[in-house]
Design a protein around this ligand. Structure first.
Ligand SMILES: Cc1ncc(COP(=O)(O)O)c(C=O)c1O
Length: 428
């Protein structure tokens, strides 16, 4: 496998002009062991191609808020009604985060305290359901998240989850099955959301089916939240009773969750987060969420979100041309699911071989296939400033990596590192 470089199609280097977090300064002096871990991980992230669909590179401003003294503050409760003293100043951070998110998503009420996407989903269930209720959600083999009824998760133990799937031929959500199950099983809630589904759900149709069944509609927009914020995906906010989201994927904020709902559910949602399922809010993270929402409101973020999708489409087409079977035949989002079986390699083996060549991605379930497939995403590489020429080359590298051995592995890894190195997310 020869090393061939690509002509850049991208607008330029990544968007950040100052260095991000690192292991230098006081940390290196006080705790060289951990400083070394941070330096090593920073080098790994920037020296290989990050194609994990749930990851991104946050801005130095988000990192600064995360690493600020707001991390010291205890703040149980909500702005103006805290259980701890001295919250007047951090209250402002939460109010700003809530106002920015409400404007960004057009939501009447926002809760920015969930510590993670899972915590947001737990709170949504706590607000709307009772233990033992029947809940309809995408089955795990089709891309449902652990919190959508996995027996290993609280959701599968405390609720009676019924799974809907996707059409065997098209890979698209089987809405007739959703409707049939809603009619026959009488769920208290329907959950719409997935970790692998690369198409836009029909939120209006989900609403119609939920109304027919007298069910609540919970949209778990953990993945598309950033695309929605950037206008590159339709919004579930007008249709859902509650929208759960993560703030750290395409949305490019700190690791965390959030909840959006109408005014009538505001009190239930807030009480479900605190005190029902969480303690004190993490105010540094809340402030970092505010920074990310501010960034996402800028026109440059909308352009970014659309580039993420354009890049994913090129990458999906490239992988298909190389012989991968692309789930649903393509993508409308940042997510791409592929089955490498036509190339003679199973998903788990493929992930390991690609990782050895500097292409970092996940496996994913295959709705009707054998074993597992591969899930890729374009949020991080797009933040770095890569464009369609780089996506086309990454598709070629993925295929070459499936079969590479010995010296070929080193050559491919060097090309992946060189490509990543041309688009440093944190120059300097
Ligand atoms: C749809 C969906 N829900 C929930 C989560 C959980 O988020 P977290 O890992 O922050 O708990 C994810 C994360 O991938 C997700 O994609």
């Amino acid at each position: 496998m020869g090393v061939r470089t690509v002509e850049s199609s991208a607008a330029g280097p990544g968007p950040y002009t100052t260095a991000g977090g690192g292991g230098g300064g006081p940390l290196a002096r006080q705790d060289p062991e951990i400083a070394e871990v941070i330096a090593g991980e920073t080098a790994r992230q920037t020296g290989s191609l990050q194609l994990i669909a749930a990851e991104n590179f946050v801005s130095p401003a988000v990192l600064a808020a995360l690493g600020s003294p707001l991390a010291n503050k205890y703040a149980e409760g909500y702005p103006g009604a805290r259980h701890h003293g001295g919250c007047e100043i951090v209250d402002a951070a939460e109010r700003i985060a809530v106002d920015r998110a409400a404007a960004l998503f057009g939501a009447e009420h926002v809760n920015v305290q969930p510590h993670s996407g899972s915590a947001a989903v737990i709170a949504a269930y706590a607000a709307l359901l009772r233990p033992g209720d029947t809940v309809l959600a995408m089955g795990l083999p089709f891309g449902g998240h652990l919190t959508h009824g996995s027996p290993a998760n609280f959701s599968g133990r405390w609720f009676d989850f019924v799974g809907y799937g996707v059409d065997r031929e098209t890979g698209l959500i089987d809405y007739r099955e959703v409707r049939r199950l809603a009619r026959t099983r009488g769920p208290a809630a329907i959950v719409c959301g997935s970790v692998t589904y690369p198409r836009h759900p029909d939120y209006a149709l989900f609403r119609e089916i939920a109304d027919e069944a007298g069910a609540r509609l919970i949209v778990d927009a953990g993945h598309p939240a950033g695309l929605i914020a950037g206008g590159a995906a339709p919004s579930p906010v007008p249709y859902a009773d509650v929208v759960c989201a993560t703030t750290h994927k395409v949305l490019r904020g700190p690791r965390g969750g959030m909840l959006l709902c109408g005014d009538e559910l505001a009190g239930r949602i807030d009480r479900a987060v605190f005190p029902f399922t969480q303690g004190g809010a993490q105010m540094n993270t809340v402030a970092a969420k505010a920074v990310a929402f501010g960034e996402a409101a800028a026109p440059a973020f909308a352009a970014y979100a659309h580039r993420v999708v354009a890049n994913a489409r090129v990458l999906a087409a490239g992988l298909e041309a190389e012989g991968f079977a692309v789930l649903t035949g393509g993508t409308d989002t940042h997510l791409i699911g592929v089955d490498p079986a036509p190339l003679g390699v199973d998903g788990r083996t493929a992930r390991g071989r690609l990782a050895a060549c500097g292409l970092v991605l996940d496996t994913c379930p295959l709705p009707y296939g054998e074993g597992r497939g591969l899930r890729l995403g374009t949020a991080a590489v797009t933040t770095q400033g890569m464009g369609e020429a780089e996506m086309a080359r990454i598709a070629v590298l993925c295929t070459a990596a499936l079969y590479a051995e010995g010296e070929e592995v080193r050559t491919l890894r060097a090309e992946a590192a060189a490509l990543a190195g041309r688009f440093p997310p944190y120059p300097g």
